[in-house]
Ligand binder design. Sequence first.
Ligand code: DOR
Ligand code: ZN
Ligand code: ZN
Length: 437
Amino acid sequence: MSELVIKNGKLVLPDKIFEGDISIDAGIISKVGKDLKGDKVVNAEGNYILPGLIDVHVHFREPGASSKEDWNTGSFAAASSGITTVLDMPNTQPPTTTVKLLDKKREIAASKSTVDFGFHFGASTENMDELRKVEKIASVKFYMSSTIGNLFVGNDAVLFEELKILAERDIPGIFHAENREMVQHYMQRLINEGRTDPEAYSDARPNICAAEAVNRIIFLSKMAKNRLHFCHVSTKEEVDIIARNKSILPLTAEVCPHHLFLNKEDLRKLGSLVKTNPPLRSKEDQNALWKGIQDGTIDVIATDHAPHLMESKEKDIWSAPAGVPGVETMLPLLLNEVNKGNLTLNQLAKLTSENPARIFRIKDKGKIKEGYDADLVIIDLKKEKKVRNDKLFTKCGWSPFDGWKLKGWPVMTFIRGNLIFDNGDINKIKGREVSYG
Ligand code: DOR
Ligand code: ZN
Ligand code: ZN
């Protein structure tokens, strides 16, 4: 007799859908099978069950900007939408570029997060010694141009030396790839021309900015021999370059829902609200991202959840901060695509759970499998609901997808066997830092 059994689910396993039960003991999946018995039973009522989503790209803003989000609200938002683990980015204030600052962030997350968590460490021009000694991190993040938080490595020699340190230590490097000089050049030109229309923001960071940076990093990583992962791929050129180099390099790539579901047209309509780095692109770029998902060039879908307060977003296109929230909408947006026949549930699980765990070597997560953490999401594929700003858990209180009617929603989320989201209600638990294998 197990402690808990989730019965009558359609379980999304790595290579198939299996109709049956999951038994859970001490937070771990003890068995996947049929007719399992438990002290407590949850009836999944024929709904699908996914492995909990691992969002490898969030900005939960603590320390430094807790008016926008904190580990409490951010993790509630994640839990309500099937995300059971998050990896937080280092562009907080102060940025996470020393072991000491990382330890402070660990403490904050451990005391406030309801979901499990891990961290990307920040590379700066000055922190090579820290890169040599930091432990228990998912990766080291390189901002190649300055974005929110003013953390970046703008010197290729330093960047290359840092990549060599990562290679020695077998830590992946992950990249916000935009060419800084190009961005500055085009931006200044458009500002001088007097452009203030929202689309000017996309024009100020044309595709070449991202493509050149990706191309350069691929070359430097080839020479340094480090593992590399590209965050928020947004252009058809990047998809091409990545596809051509995937077979010869330990190279993985991520796309984000805002680039998959929004384009320049939405920037024209919604203005600064959907200003983000890298910016929204053309329909053609969007199609290339979807094609990259289908042909395996893209390994991960992650949110780049980057909350900013509405009042700051009400500024003009040059002054508003860049970034959009995303943890609450990623899963329903993708389930809606499953319903439309554009994505299978097995693909979804691979892109949002199995591959993230594999790429960042997160132990015992990413699959519905005996011995793995019981991080599970029960989804109702037939449930239709509108995204509504007034129903969100994120502290920023808005979504670029407000008003979108989506079919396919999570109804229950479990972390290590704890029911943390139950049809709209959150049960606060203590999230735990992940381990790396
Ligand atoms: O648009 C963005 N916002 N891009 C980034 O790289 C950072 C992020 C943020 O932290 O707001
Ligand atoms: Zn970024
Ligand atoms: Zn980001």
